[in-house]
Design a protein. Structure first.
Length: 196
């Protein structure tokens, strides 16, 4: 049975999954299970390329064979995700220089998106490199702390689904900001840049 949420701690698995074509495959499989030929057509890539990427994702347990589809009487495997949502939270034992690089690069894109959306909502947002960096650091730090706390009780919260996970993380973020002066200061500096 497909899990709702799966926390990925292994840095090598995270590096493998964030590669451009693989992340696009994972995004397409969020919508529906698909065959290699369907993925190939959607991504405008040859089937052998899609097959190689799917095999890597399958080895790392991001995708699995979910069934079969016949096209013109020719059977083709269908692939689906092993979880609805993957949370990337590198384990604390990874202290190499690249452990923060991957989440930081992803969160820089998310930070820019957040500022663009807030701008559309009428907030004047400074989109400087420093501001994007501060938002990214805040997101990474809050997520890392919350993910570590969730991992400690993962076996006890088997019935968690995505909305419940969001509520839990929101409360954990608030508690962390309340109890961590450094984090509270970073948030305050970040929010002060937004003018409604």
């Amino acid at each position: 049975m497909k899990k709702e949420v799966k926390i990925i701690r292994d840095i090598d698995a995270i590096k493998m999954a964030v590669e451009d074509t693989r992340s696009k495959i994972a995004a397409l499989l969020m919508v529906d299970d698909m065959t290699i030929s369907q993925l190939s057509e959607a991504l405008n890539k040859d089937q052998s390329t899609i097959y190689r990427h799917l095999k890597k994702l399958e080895e790392a347990e991001f995708v699995e064979v979910t069934g079969e589809k016949k096209t013109h009487h020719i059977p083709e495997k269908k692939y689906g995700r092993t979880a609805g949502i993957f949370l990337f939270s590198p384990a604390s034992e990874y202290q190499g220089e690249d452990v923060m690089d991957i989440p930081f690069q992803l969160e820089l894109e998310n930070a820019q998106w957040l500022l663009d959306v807030l701008d559309e909502m009428g907030f004047v947002c400074e989109s400087s490199e420093e501001e994007l960096s501060n938002i990214s650091k805040l997101i990474i730090s809050l997520n890392k702390k919350a993910d570590d706390q969730i991992m400690e009780v993962e076996d006890k919260i088997k019935d968690i689904n995505y909305p419940r996970l969001l509520y839990l993380k929101l409360i954990l973020f608030i508690l962390e900001l309340e109890n961590n002066p450094e984090m509270k200061n970073l948030l305050s500096n970040t929010i002060s840049q937004l003018k409604g």
